[in-house]
Design a protein around this ligand. Sequence first.
Ligand code: PLP
Length: 406
Amino acid sequence: MKYGNSTRAVHGDVENRREKPNHSLTTPIVRTSTYTFADTDDLLGFMADKSLGDKKGREQYGRYSNPTIQAVERKLATLDGGTDAVLFGSGMAAVTTTMLAVLKAGTHVVYTDDAYSKTRQFCTEFLPRMGIAATCVPMGDYAAMAAAIQENTRLIVSESPTNPYLRVADLEKIVAIAKQHSRVKTYIDATFATPIYQKPLEFGIDFVVHSATKYFSGHNDLLAGVVVGDKGLLTEVRKLRGMLGCVSDAMVAYEVERGLKTLALRMERQTATAMQLAEFLEGHPLVVRVWYPGLAAHPDHAIAKAQMSGFGGVVSLEIDPRCGATPERAAANFIDGLKLIQIAPSLGGTETLVMQPAVVSYYDMSPAEREAIGMKDNLVRIALGVEDSADLVRDVAQALEKLQPS
Ligand SMILES: Cc1ncc(COP(=O)(O)O)c(C=O)c1O
C-alpha cells in the first residue's frame, strides 16, 4: 500500500516503522556528543563495519551521526522518495557540502541564473577559487543549458521554484540533458515546493536539496538543511559532512521532525492564501507584475501544473516604480505601509514575511549590476504564513492604497 504525503510526514516509512526506545510515540532526543564502547573488541567490531550512518544501530561520535538525526533523515528520505537523506546545520551547509562532494578541481558546473543569492555566489565566487569552473545559464533556456555542458562538467544545478521569481525548472528536460553525458549529475533545490508538492527524484534528478529552515521546520525558529537521494550517491556527502563538521544537533533534528508532522496542513493554507493574494495583486493598478506559478500569466505555469501538485506559499510582485523616487523606494514605500506582515528575510514559517531582494540579498550590488542579472529593484517577495487569508490580503490592500504614484 502506498501511503500519502501527510501520512508519511507524520509516520515516516510506515512499512518499516521501528519501535522507538521506551515505547515512546515521539522520537527521543538523544543529547550526547559521543558514544561509549563496552570494550576494545566492541570498538574494533564497530570500526570494521565500513557502512556510514546507520551502523548496527549504534554510533561512534556526534559529528558523524546521532539517533535523533537519523530518525529525521529516514523520514525525509521517505517523503522525497530517496533511499537516504543527510541532515545539516543549515540549508547552505547542505547546498555547499553536496556540491563539494561531487565537484573537484578541474571539473565544471552548470547553474541556472535565478537562484538563492548565496548559492549563486558560491558558484560564481567560491567554486572558481577551488579550481572548479562554473557557467551560468538563463533559467528556462534548455538549449543554453545543453550547450554549456563540457567534457569536465559533473553537475547541473537548478532550483525549483526559484528564489525570488518562482521560476519552475522543467525537470524532465534537465535530466534528459544530463543523460546525454555519462558523468553529469543533476541537483535541484526544492525548498519552495517541499516533497508535498514536487518530488524531483521521481523525474530522475540525483540530488534534492532543501533548506529545512523554511517549510519543514515551519516556525521560523531554527536553521537546518537536507540533501536527499540515493544512498550510494550520498556516501561522499555524508563523509564530507563528518569532515567539515556542518552537522545539525539532536534538539534541532527533533524540531524538524515535529515540524514535518504539520507540513502538509501548513502548505495547504499557505498555498491557498498565496493564490488568493496573487489573484488580488494581478488585478491591482499599482502592481506591474506578479510572479506566482499558479497564475496562467507566469512563464512556467504549464510546467508547474504538470510537475507540481501545488504552487507553494511565496508570491513576488513588482510595485509600480512611480510610487517612489526610485524603483527601490517604490517597493520600500509599499513594504513600510504593511501593518501585519513583518520585514524579515526568510519564508515557509507560520508568520508571513516580506522582503525586498534589492536591499537584502543583493544589497552589495549597484542598481546597474542588479539589472544586469535581472534582479528588479521594485521586486517584493511575500512569504505567506498561516494567519487568516483575509487579514493578509487586507493588509496588502491597505499598504497599496497608501501609495501615491507620481
Ligand atoms: C532556495 C533556498 N535554498 C537555500 C537556502 C539557504 O538555507 P539556510 O538559510 O537554511 O541556510 C535558502 C535561504 O533562504 C533558500 O531560499
